[in-house]
Design a protein around this ligand. Structure first.
Ligand SMILES: Nc1ncnc2c1ncn2[C@@H]1O[C@H](COP(=O)(O)OP(=O)(O)OP(=O)(O)O)[C@@H](O)[C@H]1O
Ligand SMILES: [Mg+2]
Length: 324
């Protein structure tokens, strides 16, 4: 479990630290307070352990650059991720874990655009990158080739490896979830659970979820109703968003879920069911939750479940980018 996050020179945060993290962490604060930036910082750090985003079929660096606007890629647009576009400084992200271990990642702008070359982890006093290359800074070799396989075996890296960023971009691209998450859902027959969830909360006469072919190469995941069937894409926004969040959480284990504003499109009754499902999945699959929200309903509902391991963090960001 991550117990603290420090961020420097990343997006809207020039410098900030959040500590005392627990199993369920709710991040609140005004628009622009830095909530999403914190989620993105953990996601960026997780790229050391796993550079690919398994759901979006993309490297995490590109996902970060594109996810808010669908514009650009890491190699051309990455400077916008540096606070104040000041690329002379490194982005630094430090994480502490319950085990007492801490990891410190640095991302210099000048490094190449391959995922393996852009993010460094401090080990003792040396920085290594995932390929274990010697690290040079200003012409001086700082570290020697490392056997990074050893690092990947640590509990902390295993925990970071499965990190998922569950955001707006996915709520509107269910095809990605169909393609990359649903094979696991079907393989473990978790579809039954999701049908129940859909029935209780959104579509009372739903009785099945089935892929149907549209052309030789295209298919669609359909929800069977009593008289007809609809594509998942055509469900109400609340149902589709909820299915996206719960499908991903059900396929995760022993890792971190970064859930952005899950209240989007939810009627309070839908939100209550969604949160109950999210908490259940997090508990049974040992998932540490970071949830950003603007919704008082979400907080009220969450607290009505009396979770013993939940904390609410109210964030504030000063005009010069200092997060409190
Ligand atoms: N490269 C950058 N340099 C400086 N500030 C930036 C940079 N990129 C984004 N910002 C600022 O960061 C803030 C956005 O932060 P973030 O998206 O984390 O906020 P949030 O708390 O999630 O807000 P919301 O509730 O609206 O989603 C904005 O005020 C924006 O101006
Ligand atoms: Mg946000």
């Amino acid at each position: 479990m991550i117990t603290s996050i420090s961020v420097e020179n990343f997006r809207g945060i020039k410098s900030g630290r959040i500590e005392g993290l627990t199993d369920i962490n709710i991040l609140i604060g005004a628009n622009g307070a830095g909530k999403s930036t914190l989620l993105e910082a953990v996601y960026l750090a997780s790229a050391w352990a796993e550079p690919e985003d398994r759901i979006r079929n993309s490297i995490k660096f590109d996902v970060l650059v594109r996810r808010r606007s669908q514009r650009g890629n890491w190699s051309d647009f990455r400077k916008f991720l540096w606070y104040g576009m000041d690329i002379s400084k490194n982005i630094n992200i430090s994480l502490s874990f319950k085990s007492g271990k801490a990891t410190e990642f640095k991302i210099p702008h000048k490094s190449g655009s391959f995922p393996e070359d852009v993010i460094f982890l401090k080990i003792n006093s040396e920085y290594v990158c995932p390929r274990g290359h010697p690290i040079e800074e200003e012409g001086i070799t700082l570290g020697m080739t490392f056997d990074v396989r050893e690092i990947y075996r640590t509990e902390e890296m295993k925990f970071l490896k499965g990190t998922e960023l569950i955001d707006n971009m996915l709520y509107y691209n269910f095809e990605l979830i169909e393609r990359n998450v649903w094979p696991i859902i079907y393989g473990k027959r978790l579809d039954r659970k999701l049908i129940e969830f859909l029935k209780e909360g959104y579509e009372p006469d739903a009785d099945s979820l089935t892929y149907i072919p549209i052309t030789y190469t295209a298919y669609a995941l359909m929800v069977g109703l009593s008289q007809t069937a609809v594509r998942i894409d055509d469900l109400g926004d609340g149902a589709r968003t909820s299915l996206a969040i719960t499908s991903i959480l059900l396929t995760m284990e022993n890792s971190v879920a970064l859930v952005e504003d899950p209240e989007i499109h939810q009627h309070p009754a839908g939100l209550e069911r969604l949160l109950s499902c999210v908490l259940e999945a997090a508990k049974s699959n040992n998932i540490q939750l970071f949830i950003t929200t603007q919704s008082l309903d979400l907080i009220r509902i969450l607290l009505s479940f009396y979770p013993s391991n939940c904390k609410i963090f109210a964030l504030k960001r000063s005009p010069d980018g200092i997060l409190k």
